[in-house]
Design a protein around this ligand. Structure first.
Ligand code: HAM
Length: 436
């Protein structure tokens, strides 16, 4: 027997029943996000590796440990004459959206570009519950010279909160923090170094190197010794400028105005380098160790850092698999049935049934049949499985009289129609669909 090849580690198939949940999630997302004025953007699933190194950060775990690279040499060989460029599957969406914003000169089109995306992201992490190598995000990015307002930070947080609520995740904790401007971040890093200098021996080898290269990463470390050292930290925002602190106060006031509860966490720095000012994270404690269902923040320097104009930006991304793990979406409720299933009992009627099936579909009626025919009982069982509201029956008797029977599976009633009376059949099915 041939050897079976299964799905790669950390990835998953989405089977038809689950796909309904995904469709529902995407449909609700699109509706809610567009009500906030965002428009969809689609970027490639892979980009130059350097894009992520320069945005997410060379020293971030994502770039250091989780990038899924494509074979650069092979790419160069295909693309004759080009130098070997390292390509990576996108680990997140923000860098790609900013790249696209710059490349397509979206700054010339709008003072603020409100963009959203739904799609797969790839990180070569050690897979576990809620942590995959291919996962999906719902994300928004508001970029442009007019994106600098504490109300927009609050609006982005409010949007993520209402999305989570609409998708059935209501028991989340929202943590927020501010990192201030780039200068404030430098002061914050110096402050951290001073505070942690006496604890260096307690830190893990990774954090010892992070201490010099990017001290913020120490705050994300899960190592026991590091956590103990971090517990002693006193973070009082003294390293943040007065102006940045005022911006943060206004974000908090705007959240309070909307009745959005939050917990302030001065240690929340997020594992990506591009953030400035507001950062936030929604966690769902029920999910265990991978409890972040979504996160985001402001990134005022990234567009310029990647070669674009000096414009501000803010955004977030939600993890769709984690939403499904946490959510109360009822699978049964979402099971869609067919409008009609065609039961054909006679080989002679097959071509007529086949034609009618196509005519029905062309008029927006969902319809299916089994071309291998089979007994009335087995075909009715199939109709049942397909949750068909109506069953069209074409037996020997109907065929003789040039008719077809339409059975309403909910009412238990049956009517006959001429085999060519497509419009009448559609009318009957659609009419009943409306009063369902
Ligand atoms: P992130 O915190 O890296 O932020 O990811 C956002 C969300 O994606 C997480 O909260 C989590 O729900 C989900 N997620 C991340 N990694 C995995 C994984 N391996 N398996 C399953 N789910 C995962 C970002 O990606 C930023 N781009 C968010 C952002 C947008 N900031 C500003 N704009």
């Amino acid at each position: 027997m041939s050897q079976f090849i299964s799905v790669p580690r950390g990835t998953a198939d989405i089977l038809p029943e689950e796909a309904l949940l995904w469709q529902e999630m995407e449909c609700q997302t699109r509706k809610i996000i567009s009500s906030y004025g965002y428009q969809e953007i689609r970027t490639p699933f892979f980009e130059e590796t350097e894009l992520f190194a320069r945005s997410v950060g060379q020293t971030s775990d994502i770039v250091q440990k989780q990038m899924l690279n494509l074979a650069a040499q092979a790419e160069a060989a295909r693309d004759e004459g080009s130098k070997a460029i390292s390509l990576s599957l996108r680990p997140e969406g923000t860098a790609s959206i900013v790249r696209s914003y710059i490349q397509n000169r979206l700054d010339k089109k709008e003072r603020i570009s409100k963009l959203f995306y739904i799609g797969p992201m790839f990180r070569g992490e050690r897979p576990q519950k809620g942590r995959l190598r291919q996962f999906h995000q719902i994300g928004v990015e508001a970029i442009g010279p007019e994106s600098s307002s504490p109300f927009l930070d609050a609006e982005v947080i409010a949007l993520s909160s209402s999305l989570l609520g609409a998708l059935g995740v209501t028991d989340t904790v929202l943590k927020i923090n501010t990192l201030g401007t780039a200068q404030d971040k430098d002061a914050f890093a110096e402050y951290l170094k001073k505070q942690l200098a006496s604890e260096i021996s307690q830190l893990c080898p990774d954090c010892n190197s992070r201490f010099e290269r990017n001290i913020f990463r120490v705050l994300d470390c899960k190592n026991e010794g590091c956590r103990k050292a971090l517990a002693k930290l006193q973070l009082d925002y003294s390293y943040i400028s007065e102006e940045s602190r005022y911006y943060y106060v206004r974000v908090k006031e705007a959240l309070e105005g909307l009745g959005i509860a939050y917990v302030e966490d001065p240690k929340l720095v997020r594992g990506l380098d591009y953030y400035t000012h507001t950062v936030f994270e929604f966690s769902c404690p029920r999910l265990g160790s991978q409890d972040a269902v979504g996160a985001g923040g402001r990134y005022n320097n990234l567009v310029e850092q990647l070669g674009g104009p000096a414009v501000d930006a803010v955004g977030f991304a939600l993890g769709m698999e984690r939403i499904l793990l946490a959510g109360a979406q009822d699978k049964k409720e979402l099971q869609q049935g067919l409008d009609t299933f065609m039961v054909c009992l006679d080989e002679q009627g097959l071509s007529k049934a086949f034609k009618l099936l196509q005519d029905l579909r062309a008029r927006g009626v969902s319809a299916d049949m089994n071309f291998r025919l089979g007994s009335m009982k087995s075909q009715m069982r199939q109709a049942d499985k397909a949750k068909a509201r109506f069953v069209l029956i074409l037996g020997e008797e109907e065929l003789k009289s040039g008719e077809i029977a339409l059975k309403d599976m909910q009412q238990g009633t049956q009517e006959r129609f001429g085999l060519d009376a497509v419009a009448e059949i559609v009318c009957k099915i659609q009419g009943n669909k409306l009063v369902k």
